[in-house]
Write a protein that binds this ligand. Structure first.
Ligand SMILES: Cc1ncc(COP(=O)(O)O)c(C=O)c1O
Length: 409
């Protein structure tokens, strides 16, 4: 990089030091280990359990809506803060699925996927010196923007002994005083935990007592197993203190399409819409129309959900036979489980990153390690397998490769 440009980069990106950081981050380490493993083991299939994106395409009928709408001249414009039809579908969906009543005109706004919404929301809430309460391990996007804005992040660990729910009474008083929002995400990536009604009620009380807004990230809400999924907004008082972000990415196999919506507290939705209006010009109208089709037909999700439940069960069984303690998740498509301390053959693992590296290089099984609150590995069951037989083949390969060691926990 030229000296000229080095002097111009903002302090929030490191100023002159931007691009010179030699730390190798987790995902880059995984990428490098995968490359090395493939090179050293030509012809051996790398089993990738690390991908956090659905393996399937969006449903045919959804693709057809996009195709048709893309041919209409009236759909070519900027959509700004979104078309009314999408707001209406989102509001009806929230009513039908979660019993949440919203005014589509004032309490719903589309977003170009939930990631940008999470990145933009701190602009509506954070002044320099303010604090964002973020759960770890987790999706860090709102925390990153908070830091860009001169705010601070306070991490709330999600521990197994607390069912991966944050302990809100543990937050120091000086942090609480400066805290502006609490980010929660259930069903949770990566732990697979879901929230209870009691927990959400506690969150509402906490928010009211401490004047803290709640951002509920519901990206995986439709991938809930067992009990009916619970929206934070369905809990009494939640609408006063928070908003919820929904995404079509995971439930409708539409990650690349980029569509979601923010809903809930009218004032915060309005503030979000103002920030968004100054950042983007809205998602392509035909994509919003295809999104309406999805939200009007949530039954589309059932097949996808059954597929993930089957795969989670299959893999949990395999891992258990090798001594891992694995609880099948109540939501998401992730298995989150503790790592062994060592192998009988003498390998030692101080953290999940080391165990993940071992699995990639020696077993050609890729995953994602989490060392933020305990040492856990995340297997995503979104691997590419078009049939049940293909899924069973993958499970069998994992079983065989794990069988060549004995693990000590
Ligand atoms: C917890 C969580 N929130 C939000 C997102 C972003 O989803 P999207 O931007 O595709 O809606 C992800 C993606 O992996 C996620 O895991």
């Amino acid at each position: 990089m030229s000296l000229f440009m080095e002097n111009l980069i903002s302090n929030r990106l490191g100023g002159k030091m931007f691009g010179k950081d030699t730390t190798i981050y987790k995902f880059e380490k995984i990428k490098r280990a995968k490359r090395a493993a493939i090179q050293e083991n030509p012809g051996v299939e790398l089993i990738d359990m690390g991908v956090g994106e659905p393996d399937a395409m969006a449903h045919d009928e959804v693709v057809k809506v996009l195709q048709l709408e893309a041919t209409k001249k009236e759909n070519r414009f900027y959509s700004d803060n979104g078309i009314d039809e999408f707001k209406q579908s989102a509001a009806s969906y929230m009513q039908k699925r979660f019993g949440v009543t919203l005014d589509p005109a004032t309490q719903v706004n589309h977003c170009i996927g939930s990631k940008p919404a999470l990145a933009l929301l701190p602009i509506a809430l954070i002044n320099p010196g303010d604090v964002a309460l973020m759960t770890v391990p987790g999706y860090p996007v709102s925390g990153t923007t908070t830091k860009y804005l001169g705010g601070e992040v306070y991490n709330l660990p999600l521990l197994h002994e607390n069912n991966f729910l944050p302990v809100l009474d543990s937050i120091p008083a000086d942090i609480l005083k400066r805290a502006k929002f609490l980010y929660i995400n259930y069903p949770n990536n990566p732990t697979g935990a879901v929230a209870t009604k009691e927990f959400y009620e506690k969150v509402v009380k906490f928010a009211k007592e401490n004047d803290i807004a709640v951002i509920s990230d519901a990206a995986y809400i439709e991938l809930s197993y067992g009990d009916e999924p619970l929206s934070f907004l369905s809990v009494e008082g939640a609408m006063e203190v928070g908003i919820e972000i929904h995404s079509l990415s995971k439930s409708y196999n539409m990650t690349g399409w980029r569509l979601g919506f923010v809903c809930g507290n009218e004032h915060l939705v309005k503030a979000f819409a103002t920030v968004k209006d100054n950042n983007d010009s809205g998602q392509f109208i035909p994509i919003q129309k295809a999104g309406c089709y999805c939200l009007d037909n949530p039954k589309l999700i059932e097949h996808t959900k059954a597929k993930y439940a089957r795969r989670l069960n299959m893999l949990a069984k395999v891992l258990r036979t090798h001594g891992f303690t694995v609880n099948e998740p109540k939501g998401t498509f992730y298995l989150y489980f503790g790592i062994p301390k060592a192998t009988v053959s003498g390998r030692k693992f101080e953290n999940a990153e080391q165990f993940c590296d071992f699995l990639i290089r020696e077993k050609l099984i890729s995953s994602v390690p989490w060392d933020d609150a305990g040492n856990f590995l995340r297997f995503s069951v979104t691997f590419d397998a078009p049939t049940v037989e293909a899924e069973e083949r993958i499970a069998k390969i994992i079983d065989e490769r794990l069988s060549t060691e004995k693990y000590i926990f």
